[in-house]
Design a protein around this ligand. Structure first.
Ligand code: UTP
Length: 404
């Protein structure tokens, strides 16, 4: 379908509002961008497929009490896998970090106080811990978006990869999706450019395939990929005991989880959905479910995911053949108005479309929820202050002996 047919089919005539002011070159640029985008996504505003859940039941986690008994054995299994080159790491750094409100990629944020300590640097330092423990470098794949690829790669170059051998670091770009107003009309970001945003973190493996990263994974002989969010500065990456536990329990996926701070904490809860592993969002957990207890008196929906998963590569190749639902998320979307003025909204003004990693869990054959101590491993930076902020992450970094 060409651009004009697409516009007609999806009722997006506003995208050509400034057509008469454009040069031929600009027009062609706009048309080819329109042709490259998936406008079918807009139907998710009405259909909300991501909210259609099956029957939810509890999924038991491997708890710290058990992990601590077997820790040495699990660690050795994981270290063996790392030393045999079977493990790679994937950093999800394609997000816009709008809540943090910095124009730079989130990883460039300085969390130091008396010295510079960037989020990317914290993560590389954490990766170095396991490199030192295992004596092997771990290949690191970094997902960026069209919007932050240049700044991210330049930053790593500039900082000499924080000491990590550059040959082991591979950047790739994720896909983009159109962003629209509350009536489903896609915004223009400039007179010759449709407003787009990264399409969520759920497309990471497909993007790895499209950008040739899967070949690299295979060349390295990697069998397990540990994916993690850029914004958790206490993230333990390629944690040997976690890898060992997933292998020993013969699961195809491992999911790091923390005991929830409160039953209604805003984290996804690991569970079973129609008998298969799944994650439900905090707003899908009813009050009764949040309070349901087992024979020990423990809450059964008590473990929240922290966006640190271990996937078996052969299963990922099957998972990507199935489609993930799109979530419709309200966000602040910069745009140009009818008069061509650029507007940077202060509050959410429309929808973005995102696929999420957590939906991949439901496509996996099995999953081991693996408990970790939140004070040691969970310091997400979403906001500048308050909950999940630079402030709270600094406190946890200090608690873990990181000099700020
Ligand atoms: P968040 O859901 O916190 O989104 O991402 P965000 O874009 O970073 O921040 P806000 O919501 O705009 O404030 C969780 C993780 O997923 C990555 C982020 O970089 C972060 O590591 N992510 C998110 C992507 O890699 N791509 C995306 O399209 C979205």
């Amino acid at each position: 379908m060409n651009a004009l047919e697409t516009i007609k089919k999806y009722g997006q005539e506003q995208l050509l509002r400034f057509e008469s002011e454009l040069t031929d070159e600009q027009k062609n640029k706009l048309y080819s961008q329109i042709e490259s985008l998936d406008f079918d996504l807009l139907k998710n505003i009405e259909e909300k497929p991501a909210l259609n859940k099956g029957v939810i039941s509890p999924l038991k986690a491997m708890e710290l009490i058990e992990i601590n008994v077997y820790r040495e054995e699990l660690k050795n299994i994981g270290l063996d896998a790392i030393r045999n080159g079977k493990v790679g790491a994937v950093m999800l750094a394609g997000g816009m970090g709008t809540r943090l409100g910095s124009d730079n990629p989130k990883g460039m944020y300085n969390v130091g106080i008396t010295r510079k300590l960037y989020i990317f640097q914290c993560l590389i330092n954490n990766l170095f811990d396991v490199v030192h423990e295992s004596g092997s470098y771990i290949p690191l794949f970094i997902m960026t978006s069209d919007l932050n690829y240049e700044s991210t790669t330049e930053f790593f170059e500039d900082k000499d990869y924080f000491g990590y051998p550059k040959d082991y670091v591979h950047f790739f770009k994720q896909e983009m999706a159109p962003a629209c107003d509350y009536n489903g009309k896609v915004f223009l970001e400039a007179k010759d450019k449709v407003a787009v945003s990264p399409n969520g973190n759920g497309g990471w493996f497909l993007s790895m395939m499209r950008t040739g990263m899967l070949e690299k994974v295979k060349d390295y002989g990697i069998e397990w990929l540990n994916i993690f969010a850029v914004d958790n500065v206490c993230q333990r990456i390629c944690d040997p005991a976690f890898i060992g536990a997933t292998i020993k329990k013969d699961k195809t996926v491992g999911a790091k989880v923390v005991r929830k701070a409160t039953p209604d904490e805003r984290v996804g809860t690991i569970c079973l959905e129609d008998g298969k592993p799944s994650i439900i969002e905090y707003y899908e957990l009813t009050d009764e479910m949040a309070e349901e207890r087992d024979e020990r008196g423990e809450r059964v929906y008590n473990f929240g995911v922290i966006l640190n998963y271990l996937f078996r590569v052969d299963e990922l190749e099957e998972i990507v053949k199935k489609s993930l639902p799109y979530h419709v998320v309200e966000k602040k979307i910069p745009y140009i108005d009818e008069n061509g003025n650029f507007v940077k909204p202060e509050s959410p003004n429309g929808y973005k479309f995102e696929q999420l990693v957590l939906d991949m869990i439901h496509l996996a054959a099995s999953c081991l929820p693996y408990e970790v101590e939140r004070e040691r491993e969970f310091a997400p930076i979403k906001n500048k202050t308050g909950i999940d902020s630079v402030e709270s992450a600094r406190e946890l970094l200090k608690l873990n002996g990181v000099e700020l």
